[in-house]
Design a protein around this ligand. Structure first.
Ligand SMILES: [Zn+2]
Length: 141
């Protein structure tokens, strides 16, 4: 877009046709809806996790909490402790990984049996660590 002499915005020649603009808008809308759906999955995982909730939330924001908080309901119930030893091994929170189909992503959570990655195009995806290892689905970037 560029501004004309009267201050109105007009499409520039490089912006392409109206049809192309519509197609781009539709694609952006699809991506946004896909991301929203996967965000909903993350909220559900948060509700169902038996691991430390603070650790879960920090992972979502790209930070790794070493160990458990000791204050959330899961820590007080004693279920979070079993996650400590195996976390962060091959796929530490905040690290970048590559999936053959979904491209590059950032690890937001890693538990003993699963890893959750935020992929730019596909949103949040939770993968079984067993399958990741057997099928070599992810590699460190
Ligand atoms: Zn906790």
């Amino acid at each position: 877009m560029e501004e004309d002499a009267d201050g109105r915005l007009r499409p520039t020649a490089a912006a392409g046709s109206a049809q192309e603009a519509v197609e781009r808008a539709v694609e952006l809308s699809r991506r946004w809806r896909r991301l929203e759906r996967t965000r909903l999955e993350v909220v559900r995982e948060y509700a169902e996790t038996d691991g430390c909730r603070r650790r879960f939330l920090l992972g979502y924001f790209g930070e790794d909490l070493a160990g458990e908080c000791g204050n959330c309901d899961r820590c007080r119930a004693g279920t979070a402790r079993r996650h400590v030893a195996e976390d962060g091994g091959e796929f530490p929170v905040g690290s970048t990984v590559v999936h053959a189909r979904w491209g590059e992503g950032e690890v937001v959570r890693c538990e003993p049996d699963r890893v959750t990655v935020l992929f730019g195009e596909m949103g949040y995806r939770t993968l079984s660590l067993r399958l990741v290892q057997e099928e070599e689905l992810l590699r460190a970037a």
